[in-house]
Design a protein around this ligand. Structure first.
Ligand code: AKB
Length: 317
């Protein structure tokens, strides 16, 4: 039986992952944790954890006899640029604290499987942008991307040197409606739906033709849990897997929204996030994830748009 800890449970991925894991393993076997004083999404078991506090981490892991930990607490690309040192400390020390805990638990005969999210931000301006390969040039230009690339190397290091069973996905921009966007460059693709449903013109901070890899939350959750459930022997990557969902640019997304809401309008006012987006891939080759653990995206643009509009409309009522 698995006992699972999700750190960053109040965030975009955590808020939906906790529910999915509770459905799979039972709510009594999933501990949601975040730095904020209470669960924002009604988790059955909730603990306050600052991932920068290794003693507290070790205490909660021991208390619940945790076998799997998802370390999702991080600062994203846009907010990271506002406070680079803070972003580096949170993103790197947070991961290191988990990897060290997994190493010591392993040595004590209590293995701890780890999930840690990397990102398309680990790539950079000299990475081939179309169908970006699993192995390629990686020269990230944001502090967030640099922390993701360094984190990937740490994951592989802890696997090779200490046998820590750590697994990771390079997430594209994740589109979802349950929690508000959290300081990312891809967040325009969430904010646009809220404007559209409020009948407002959306002022887009990216240029109309900026194509980025994206994924709808249900696909992202399925990818994450499939990777964690895959037999270790099947995994050839211990840094982080490319995982593709779909790719689109703001113009294409606005057009798809207009099919449902004909009055919707968009204006373009690119800001500093445009340079970040321009340094990232447009689409990903995820054939290694497909070969190793059967990854296949299911949700396309039309389904994503219809589902987002339907669910945000319900929330706004
Ligand atoms: C961001 O935009 O910073 C994130 C990401 C692509 O990792 N959504």
């Amino acid at each position: 039986m698995e006992r699972i800890l999700v750190i960053g449970a109040n965030g975009q991925i955590g808020s939906e992952l906790v529910e999915a894991l509770a459905n799979q393993h039972g709510a009594d076997n999933v501990v949601a944790a975040d730095i904020r004083p209470e669960s924002l999404y009604g988790a059955k078991i909730y603990e306050v954890i600052d991932v920068l506090n290794p003693e507290r981490l070790a205490q909660v892991v021991a208390q619940y006899d945790i076998t799997q930990v998802y370390q999702l607490a991080a600062m994203l690309s846009a907010t990271g640029e506002q406070a680079p040192l803070k972003a580096w400390t949170l993103n790197m020390d947070g991961l290191l604290n988990i990897l060290e805990l997994a190493r010591t638990r392993n040595e004590a005969g209590k293995p701890l499987k780890v999930f840690w999210p990397s990102s398309i931000a680990a790539f950079g301006p000299n990475t081939p942008a179309v169908n970006t390969p699993q192995y390629t040039v990686m020269d990230p230009s944001t502090i967030y991307g640099i922390s993701k690339l360094a984190g990937e190397r740490l994951c592989e290091y802890y696997f090779q040197k200490y046998g820590v069973d750590v697994r990771s996905i390079r997430y594209p921009g994740i589109i979802s409606y349950k929690s508000p966007p959290g300081g990312g460059t891809t967040d325009y693709a969430i904010a646009i739906f809220h404007s559209a449903l409020l009948g407002k013109t959306y002022e887009c901070f990216l240029e109309s033709e900026t194509t980025l890899p994206m994924i709808y939350m249900p696909d992202a959750i399925r990818a994450t849990i499939s990777l964690m459930d895959a037999p270790a022997a099947k995994l050839s990557i211990r840094s982080s897997y490319n995982v593709a969902g779909l790719s689109f640019n703001p113009r294409e997304l606005a057009f798809a929204i207009k099919q449902n809401l004909p009055a919707f309008d968009i204006h373009y006012a690119p800001d500093s996030r445009q340079a970040i987006a321009a340094s990232w891939p447009q689409s990903l080759d995820d054939s290694v994830a497909t070969a190793d653990w059967g990854w296949q995206a299911q949700v396309g643009l039309q389904q994503l748009v219809e589902d987002m509009l339907k669910n945000i409309r319900v929330d706004q009522k």
